[in-house]
Design a protein around this ligand. Structure first.
Ligand SMILES: C[S@@+](CC[C@H](N)C(=O)[O-])C[C@H]1O[C@@H](n2cnc3c(N)ncnc32)[C@H](O)[C@@H]1O
Length: 973
C-alpha cells in the first residue's frame, strides 16, 4: 500500500487524528490528565535558570514537556519469538496504516524507534479516538491488546528502555538490578541473559556441550531487588511471563544490600560479585512530567535534595559489589544534576577516585539516540523557596541553622572547575548521557555507565562532608555543638555518622529498619545483638572499616519543611515485617516423585534433575515443582539460614493434578516450564504435527474429540492416531516448521483424556494465537455437552494456569499506598484484570481530583480506553462501598453498571469506621462473584488507615508509573 493515502471518513466531528501540541490528546488512559494544567512556576524557573537547556532550545523543550507522551511498546521474550511477532505487525498491519487520512488530517503510522536494536521497540503517536474509530487502527489496537495480554508486547516508556541496552550483558553474566520494581528493565536484563539460548540448548540436547549443568541454558543470573516488599511482588508478576529459571528476586534496602555467598568450584563459600549492576534509583522523577501530572502539581526542589544521599549510597554499595572490570549503570528519570552528575561524582570520590572507578564513554553506543553530554560543572542547588546556592559555603552563609536546609550536603555541589577526584583529576562527567523530551519526543532520562577498574578499599564516609559542614557551622554560627539550632543540626549528623555499616552478615530482620534505636545504641556505645552475630567466617570484602556503607540514618527522617514524599529517599517504610517467604528446598535427583516423572515422560538422563525444588520447609513435592538455573541454586543454598530475603526464584515445571485413573502421572507439565523441559522428553510422550489446520483446530475447539480407530474426525486429523495410542495424561505437542505451513516451530502442552484432548493454554493466549496465526477473531468453541463424558473428561483436564490472587492483591496494596491519607476516608487500591490475570487498569483512592475511589478510577480507565473487555475481575484491597456519605454513586453501583465485571476479589471487608457497608451482599445478590483473598487482611486494613502510605505527596513521583503494571495505570491501548 506504500505511501498511498487512504481516506477514512469519520462518523462525527469529535476528536482529531493527531496529537496536538498542548492538548494532551490521547491521554484518556490517564483519566483526567487533559484537565490538569501543565504549569508549575518553580519547576519552570528551576530549569530555565539552571541553563541545562540552551536558550535557543528552551521553547521547544518546554512545549515538549507539556505534551502527552506517545505510547511506546517493546516486543518481548526470546529474540526469535519477538522477531516473529514483529513480523506479523510489519507484514500484516503496518501496510494498512501508512498514509491514512482521518478527519482531514494525515495520521502518523506507528514507527520503530530507530535506536532500539532490531526494530523491536515502537512508538504510536496517534490519538485514542482515531484508534477507536478508524478501522485499520482498530485492528492494530486489537493486535496490541491481544499480544500484550499474552506477554509478547510490553508497554514501556522509550527512555526507560535505554539503561539495559548500554549494559552489554552476556549470557554468563551475574547481574544485579538494585531497585527493580515494577520490573520493566529487569525484563530486558533477563532477555539479554537468555539471548540466543535456543541454539545452546539444542547443542546440549544433542550431547554436544560438555557443561550441561543447566541443560545448555545460560550460566548467568539476574538478581532483581526492591526494598518495598509489595513492589517486589509486582516485579515477580511483571517478569513471570519470561519464565526465567535464572532470576532471583530479593527484598532489601539497596544502600545496605547484603553480600551474598556462593560456593566456588572447591565447594568453599565466597562472596558473589557481579559483572553488571543496574542502579535505576528512586528519584524525584521530574523528567516524567509528560505522563505524570503529579510533577506539575507537586514539583519542589526538595524532592531531589531529599534523595541525593540515598542515591549516592546505592551507587557506592553497587560499586562495592561489582567485579573489577565490571560495569554499573546509574540512571534516573530526573533532570536535576544533584540527582545525577553530583551523585556519580560523589560515588567515584568515595570509592577512591578515577583509579578505581571511571565513567565509560558511550558516545558510540545507540548512535541514533539523540542525547546531550552530562553537565561538567556550574550547576546550583535551589532551596524550597527558590533561592539558589552555588556552593556549600553559601548555604552556610545564608542560613546554616535552618533545619529545612539540613539535607543540603557538600556533595550536591560541583567543585569550582567541575567535579574532580581526590587527586585533583577532573571526572569526565560529560560522558554521562542526558536525554531530553524535545530531542526525540520522549520523556527525560539520565544514564551513566561506570566501570570498576580496581578493587575498592574502605569506602570514604560522608565524614569529609560532615567536617566541612561542621567547620562552616562553627565559623558562621559560633560554638561547635552547643547552643542554638546550629549545634543541634550538627549533633544529629555526628550521631548518624557514627553508626557502623550493616554488613551482609548483620542484616536486621526487615529491610529499611535501621532505626533510631540503633542510632541511639551506636552513639551510646552499645550495639544490637544482630550486629554481633556473624553469618559466616569470611571477612566481608565489601564491609567498610569506617562508618559508611549505606546505613541510612542521615536521611532517615525528612527535615522539617520537606514533604513526606521525599522520604522515598529512605527505603519504603515498614509497618510490620513482611510475611515470611516459603523456603526453597531442592529435591534430591533420586526423589521418588522425580523418578516417577522421569519414567512417565522418559526424561533424558542428562537433564539437570538436581535443579528441581519445592517451596515448603519439609521439601515435599505436594503441589508444584519448580526448576531453577544452576547458579540460582548455588546462591539459594549457599545463603540458606541467613537473613537474606529471597522472595522468588524458579519456574513452575510440574503441577500436581487430581487424577483418579490408575497409572496416570499426576504431574502435568506447566506451560511456564515447557520450553525448559520439551527437548528432554522422550518420544513416547511427544505428539508431532505439521499442518496449520491441526493447530487451528486445537486452538479453536477447547476439547476436540479423540475418535475410536476407523472413525477419525477432522479437527485433529494428522495427530489423532498418535493421541489415541497415548495413555491418559500430559504430553508435548511439537509443531515443526514446514514449508507451506508454519515458518517457526511451536510447542504446546497437551492433555490426553479418555475421549478428548485439550491444548493446555489459557483462553487469552488461544485468542491471541488465532488472531496472529490465522487472522481469526471469531473466538473459541466449546462443543462439549455439559453432561457428556467428554465434558467430564474435559473438566478434569482443564488446566489453564492458576491465577495468583494473593500476588495481585499484594499489588493492589502497593497501589493503595499511593493514596494520599486523609482522616475521613480509607486508602484503597484496585486492579482490573482479564480473567487470565492480565492487568488492564489500576486505581487508588483520590488518584483523580476529589475523593475518588480506587475502583471508580480503575473502572473509568477501562471505560475511557478504546476497548472494553468482555469479561474482567476487580481486585480491591477493601470491600467496595455500597453507600457514599457524599451521595455520589457507590463503587458497587459502578461495578454493577459494568456487566463485564464478573468477579470481585477483596482484601478485607470494610470496617464500620465511616458507614455500614453491604457491598458483599449487594454484589452477590446481583450475581457478581465475591471472594475474600485470605492472608492479607491486616495489610489491607493497615494501608487503608494510612500506614506506610503518604501524607500529602507521592513517592518517587512518576517512577512508580513505569512499566506495564503502573504505566499510566493502563495497558489497554
Ligand atoms: C525508579 S523505580 C525503579 C524502576 C524499575 N527499575 C523499572 O524499570 O521498572 C525505583 C524503585 O526503587 C525502590 N526503592 C526505593 N528506595 C530503595 C532502596 N533504598 N533500596 C532498594 N530499592 C529502593 C522503589 O520501591 C522503586 O520500586
Amino acid at each position: 500500500m506504500g505511501g498511498k493515502r487512504l481516506k477514512h471518513r469519520a462518523g462525527n466531528n469529535s476528536g482529531g487524528g493527531d496529537r496536538s501540541r498542548r492538548n494532551n490528546q490521547g491521554a484518556g488512559q490517564r483519566g483526567n490528565y487533559a484537565s490538569i494544567p501543565t504549569e508549575n512556576a518553580l519547576y519552570e524557573s528551576f530549569y530555565k535558570q539552571s541553563s541545562l537547556i540552551p536558550s535557543e532550545e528552551w521553547e521547544d523543550f518546554w512545549a515538549s514537556l507539556q505534551r502527552t507522551l506517545p505510547t511506546t511498546f517493546r516486543f518481548t521474550g526470546g529474540k526469535a519469538h519477538a522477531l516473529g511477532v514483529l513480523k506479523t505487525l510489519k507484514e500484516t498491519l503496518i501496510p494498512h496504516l501508512v498514509g491514512i487520512e482521518w478527519e482531514g488530517v494525515l495520521v502518523e503510522a506507528p514507527r520503530a524507534l530507530g535506536w532500539f536494536p532490531d526494530s523491536l521497540a515502537w512508538q504510536l503517536s496517534v490519538g485514542k479516538s482515531t484508534i477507536r474509530r478508524c478501522p485499520p487502527f482498530k485492528k492494530f489496537q486489537n493486535f496490541l491488546v491481544a499480544e500484550t495480554t499474552v506477554g509478547n508486547i510490553s508497554r514501556q516508556e522509550a527512555v526507560s528502555m535505554i539503561p539495559p541496552l548500554v549494559m552489554d550483558i552476556q549470557p554468563h553474566h551475574v547481574v544485579l538490578d538494585m531497585c527493580a520494581a515494577p520490573g520493566s528493565k529487569t525484563a530486558q536484563l533477563i532477555e539479554a541473559i537468555h539471548a540466543n539460548e535456543e541454539a545452546h540448548v539444542q547443542a546440549a540436547i544433542q550431547g554436544e556441550t560438555v557443561d550441561d549443568a543447566s541443560g545448555g541454558r545460560p550460566a548467568g543470573l539476574v538478581i532483581a531487588n526492591d526494598a518495598d516488599y509489595r513492589r517486589s511482588h509486582m516485579l515477580i508478576h511483571q517478569t513471570k511471563r519470561l519464565n526465567s529459571p535464572n532470576l532471583i528476586v530479593t527484598n532489601h534496602d539497596a544502600t545496605m544490600y547484603p553480600s551474598l555467598l556462593v560456593k566456588n568450584e572447591d565447594g568453599r563459600k565466597e562472596y558473589l560479585k557481579f559483572d553488571r549492576i543496574l542502579a535505576d534509583v528512586p528519584c524525584s522523577g521530574d523528567g516524567t512530567a509528560r505522563k505524570n501530572y503529579n510533577v506539575w502539581r507537586d514539583w519542589s526542589p526538595l524532592g531531589a535534595i531529599g534523595l541525593h544521599l540515598t542515591q549516592v549510597r546505592i551507587l557506592v554499595r553497587g560499586l562495592q559489589m561489582l567485579k573489577v572490570g565490571g560495569r554499573i549503570v546509574y540512571s534516573t528519570c530526573s533532570m536535576n544534576p544533584i540527582e545525577n552528575e553530583a551523585v556519580v561524582a560523589a560515588a567515584i570520590d568515595r570509592c577512591g577516585g578515577l583509579e578505581k572507578v571511571n565513567i565509560l564513554d558511550c558516545s558510540d553506543r545507540l548512535p541514533e539516540l539523540k542525547r546531550r553530554p552530562g553537565v561538567k560543572g556550574g550547576w546550583r542547588v535551589m532551596d524550597k523557596d527558590g533561592s539558589w546556592f552555588s556552593s556549600f559555603e553559601q548555604v552556610g552563609e545564608a542560613d546554616m541553622r535552618e533545619a529545612r536546609l539540613s539535607r543540603i550536603v557538600p556533595s550536591m555541589f560541583p567543585s569550582e572547575d567541575g567535579k574532580s577526584d581526590e587527586d585533583g583529576r577532573r571526572i569526565p562527567l560529560e560522558r554521562c548521557m542526558r536525554v531530553y523530551p524535545h530531542l526525540q519526543d520522549t520523556g527525560a532520562f539520565f544514564i551513566t555507565v561506570l566501570e570498576k577498574r580496581a578493587e575498592i578499599g574502605a569506602v570514604k564516609s560522608e565524614e569529609h562532608g560532615r567536617k566541612k559542614m561542621a567547620a562552616i557551622a562553627r565559623s558562621k554560627v559560633g560554638t561547635p555543638s552547643g547552643g542554638g539550632k546550629g549545634g543541634e543540626v550538627e549533633g544529629t549528623r555526628e550521631g548518624a555518622e557514627l553508626v557502623p555499616t550493616a554488613a551482609a552478615s548483620e542484616q536486621p530482620p526487615a529491610p529499611g529498619s535501621p532505626s533510631k534505636r540503633k542510632l541511639t545504641e551506636a552513639v551510646a556505645g552499645t550495639s544490637s545483638p544482630l550486629a554481633k552475630k556473624p553469618r559466616s567466617d569470611l571477612p566481608d570484602p565489601d564491609e567498610d572499616d569506617d562508618s559508611d556503607g549505606g546505613v541510612q540514618l542521615v536521611g532517615e527522617e525528612a527535615a522539617p519543611g520537606i514533604p513526606a514524599r521525599t522520604k522515598s529517599s529512605n527505603p519504603p517504610k515498614k509497618d510490620k515485617a513482611p510475611p515470611a517467604e516459603e523456603p526453597f528446598k531442592y529435591l534430591p535427583a533420586d526423589h521418588h516423585v522425580l523418578e516417577n516423572i522421569t519414567k512417565f515422560y522418559d526424561l533424558s538422563p542428562r537433564f539437570p534433575k538436581t535443579c528441581f525444588m519445592v517451596r515448603n520447609a519439609e521439601g515435599i513435592p505436594s503441589r508444584a515443582i519448580y526448576f531453577t538455573g544452576y547458579l540460582a541454586k548455588q546462591v539459594l543454598t549457599s545463603n540458606e539460614g541467613s537473613n537474606v530475603k529471597f522472595v522468588h526464584c524458579g519456574v513452575k515445571a510440574f503441577m500436581k493434578q487430581d487424577v483418579q485413573e490408575e497409572g496416570v502421572c499426576p504431574w502435568r507439565i506447566q506451560s511456564e516450564g515447557l520450553s525448559i523441559l520439551e527437548g528432554w522428553i522422550g518420544e513416547t510422550r511427544v505428539v508431532r504435527a505439521k499442518k496449520r489446520e491441526t493447530v487451528r483446530g486445537l486452538l479453536k475447539e477447547l476439547f476436540p474429540k479423540v475418535h475410536a480407530e476407523g472413525q477419525e474426525g477432522d479437527v485433529i486429523g494428522e495427530i489423532e492416531e498418535k493421541v489415541r495410542g497415548l495413555t491418559m495424561g500430559c504430553c508435548v505437542l511439537k509443531v515443526e516448521a514446514t514449508e507451506g505451513e508454519f515458518e517457526d516451530r511451536m510447542v504446546f502442552p497437551l492433555w490426553k483424556s479418555r475421549h478428548s484432548c485439550n491444548l493446555m493454554l489459557p483462553k487469552d493466549e488461544r485468542k491471541a494465537m488465532l488472531m496472529r496465526l490465522f487472522n481469526d477473531e471469531s473466538g473459541i468453541k466449546d462443543s462439549t455437552n455439559k453432561n457428556s463424558h467428554l465434558a467430564r473428561d474435559a473438566a478434569a483436564a482443564l488446566v489453564a494456569s492458576p491465577i495468583d490472587h494473593k500476588s495481585l492483591m499484594a499489588q493492589a496494596i502497593a497501589i493503595a499506598r499511593n493514596s494520599t491519607y486523609i482522616p475521613s476516608a480509607f486508602c484503597v487500591g484496585a486492579i482490573i484484570t482479564t480473567p487470565g490475570g492480565t492487568i488492564l487498569s489500576t486505581g487508588y483512592s483520590r488518584e483523580q481530583p476529589g475523593n475518588t475511589h480506587a475502583e471508580q478510577v480503575a473502572i473509568d480507565k477501562v471505560l475511557s480506553s478504546s476497548s472494553v473487555p468482555k469479561e474482567a475481575a476487580v481486585y480491591t484491597t477493601m470491600e467496595p462501598c455500597s453507600k457514599r456519605l457524599s451521595g455520589n454513586k457507590s463503587c458497587v453501583e459502578r461495578i454493577l453498571e459494568c456487566s463485564w465485571i464478573r468477579k470481585v476479589y477483596v482484601g478485607v471487608a470494610e470496617p464500620g469506621d465511616f458507614v455500614e457497608n453491604s457491598g458483599k451482599a449487594v454484589l452477590e445478590a446481583a450475581g457478581v462473584g465475591y471472594q475474600l483473598v485470605e492472608g492479607l487482611e491486616g495489610e489491607c486494613l493497615g494501608v487503608a488507615r494510612g500506614e506506610g502510605g503518604k501524607e500529602g505527596g507521592k513517592e518517587g513521583e512518576g517512577r512508580d508509573e513505569e512499566g506495564v503494571c503502573l504505566e499510566g495505570g493502563n495497558v489497554v491501548m
